[in-house]
Design a protein around this ligand. Sequence first.
Ligand code: 13P
Ligand code: SF4
Length: 306
Amino acid sequence: MFNIADLQKEIIRLKKEKDICILAHAYQPHNILEIADFTGDSFGLSVEASKAPQKTILMCGVRFMAQSVKILCPDKKVILSHPQAGCPMAEQMTVEQVREMRRLHPNAAVVAYINTTAELKNECDVCVTSASALKIVKNMAEKEIIFIPDCNLGSWIQNQVPDKKFYFYSGGCPVHMSIRKKDVDEARILYPGAKLLVHPECLKEITEQADYVGSTTGIMKYVENSEHNEFIIGTDNSIAQHLQYAYPEKRFYTLSKYCVCHDMRLTTLVDVYNCLKGLSGEEITLDENVRQGAKSCIDKMIAYGG
Ligand code: 13P
Ligand code: SF4
């Protein structure tokens, strides 16, 4: 039987022996972040994967993140840490629904949040992350935008780009949408001096009350650069825990005890160990036409400054 520290040592030994690069999204448990080669947001991880010398990448996160790595690194073997770890939002829309929206709004550009399947990206014009969406939408020539699938992130962008017309699909992240105004009201009473930092996947009633709205990386950078000592975190609760490890002298409070992404919690340290031994995980494969279409959507994101 392993204890956590022994298992982590064995994982670090095995990943070196097998020359495997481990990527962990920021929502993964702390004991997985500790053994990863890179941690960060979904797009940042794909970029690190393409720079990594290893030919095999183990993605500890959810399926669309492993697909994004495969889109950018077709020659690498990409393994998803847990075959059932998906993102409910990434899979909310069908290809036919995207085509129908395009048919209804022929002058609009289709902007896809990175939390989409490769098949959906293949149907879209440009991809965005929560960190880059605002800049990209502002830089685009088109005056009409079909923003899919997250209408909460989309309307947060719309409020800041009033000269463009937006069309939304009524999708969104069930985890972030579970946070309600009463959670903010309660947290403000309990922690009156704390700054409220939230992800743009939250409902408007939450983002409009926040001191800062940004991606997981943005929230972490905000704390790093802030003089404040207390923060209420409105995104997956793992972020409050990671921040507490990084800044033990500061205090981090979760905005809602229900803000937990169960798909992100599926991967355990034992799964990582088993993936390295070739006993678990799923190798990601993509149809080459879909991969190229999805890649052109990501390439345009980079070209627009995302
Ligand atoms: P980030 O791109 O901010 O890491 O967000 C990914 C995600 O799934 C948020 O719910
Ligand atoms: Fe998807 Fe929401 Fe989980 Fe992020 S937190 S991976 S958007 S379900």
